[in-house]
Ligand binder design. Structure first.
Ligand SMILES: Nc1ncnc2c1ncn2[C@@H]1O[C@H](COP(=O)(O)OP(=O)(O)O)[C@@H](O)[C@H]1O
Ligand SMILES: [Mg+2]
Length: 311
């Protein structure tokens, strides 16, 4: 079953983003808040897309923590150890510059970021970029390349505080805050550079299964904020211990099988969790993978665009 279906959620655009011919679709996973599930979500989406036949590259810009890089290392080692043919994305990490002068460091990071991005941008269907939970030059650069920006958000007003100040009595949005402003600035940079508008999606993560008041209030505030600062929302992923258990073997929910082929055995709760991941990928409305070029007529790779390609 293909996951490349528009979601039933009416807040989601019914058309899929168009693919620029010969260029990967860039999905940036960003939130200045650490621990919101960026790296976990990144690998789950990468594996889901690969299971549907897409070629996927991943870039880790949070090389200091290196969670996504470790996750993929663990996956490679587990597949080798068990003799399994797991889909593994082509992966690279870009470290922060150690140059003392800020301007030199920024230029160094930009050069190394573009050198890491260029090969997959010209050859893969999707490039997924995992970013650090802080405002860094590398993270800002990545955001200007995003065709789709996915922001996982823990279901907590503490995490929402990076998107907006909320009045505690009325629960009305007082004003957008740091991360919303940063995204707005990066959207401006992208527009000036002739890039396509970004599809910004906020997904709620670690949702409790209880119909708690906090969960309902968060939902209401997010919907009013979405209209005000221009993102759409998806229902996201529930809080489940399995996400923490999968890391050491580099597995995702999509790898689990009944009877425990790879890692823990698939339970009913895992089936429900896996459906949430598939629903999330469908809700992203990503363009389908590029048709495979016939071997007789190899595609001529286009040079790396100076800036994100124009409409
Ligand atoms: N839906 C979830 N349910 C339970 N734990 C989760 C969920 N999503 C992420 N986690 C856990 O939260 C922690 C932070 O996740 P991580 O992906 O490293 O976040 P980030 O990259 O934003 O810092 C990890 O321990 C991870 O296993
Ligand atoms: Mg991370």
């Amino acid at each position: 079953m293909s996951t490349f279906q528009p979601a039933a959620n009416p807040s989601i655009a019914p058309v899929q983003a168009e693919r620029v011919p010969g260029r990967a679709h860039v999905l940036v996973i960003g939130n200045e808040k650490g621990g919101s599930g960026k790296s976990t979500t990144a690998l789950h989406i990468a594996v889901a897309l690969m299971s549907d036949g897409a070629s996927v590259a991943t870039l880790d810009l949070d090389a200091r923590q290196g969670t996504l890089s470790r996750y993929i290392e663990n996956r490679t080692a587990f597949a080798r150890r068990k003799g399994l043919d797991l889909p593994i994305p082509t992966h690279a990490a870009v470290t922060a510059s150690s140059l003392p002068d800020r301007a030199d460091a920024d230029a160094d990071e930009e050069a190394r970021f573009e050198a890491a991005l260029e090969p997959p941008l010209l050859s893969a269907d999707f490039v997924l970029i995992d970013t650090p939970g802080s405002d860094t030059n590398l993270s800002r650069l990545a955001h200007t390349w995003a065709d789709t920006l996915l922001t996982p958000l823990n279901d907590s007003f503490i995490d929402l505080d990076l998107l907006a100040r909320v009045d505690s009595d009325t629960l009305k949005v007082v004003r957008p805050s740091v991360y919303a402003e940063a995204v707005w600035k990066q959207r401006q940079v992208r527009a000036v550079q002739g890039g396509r508008p970004v599809d910004w999606i906020v997904m709620r993560n670690r949702l409790s299964s209880l119909a708690a008041r906090n969960k309902r209030d968060m939902g209401n505030v997010l919907e009013s904020l979405a209209k005000r600062i221009g993102f759409r929302t998806t229902s996201g992923l529930s809080e489940r211990v399995i996400y923490r258990e999968l890391f050491l073997n580099g597995l995702t929910l999509l790898d689990l099988k009944r009877g425990g082929g790879a890692g823990p055995s698939l339970t009913l709760s895992h089936v429900a969790a896996r459906q949430e991941v598939r629903d999330l990928v469908a809700a992203l409305n990503l363009p389908p993978p590029a048709p495979v070029a016939s071997a007789a007529e190899p595609a001529t790779p286009e040079p790396m665009p100076e800036r994100p390609a124009a409409e």
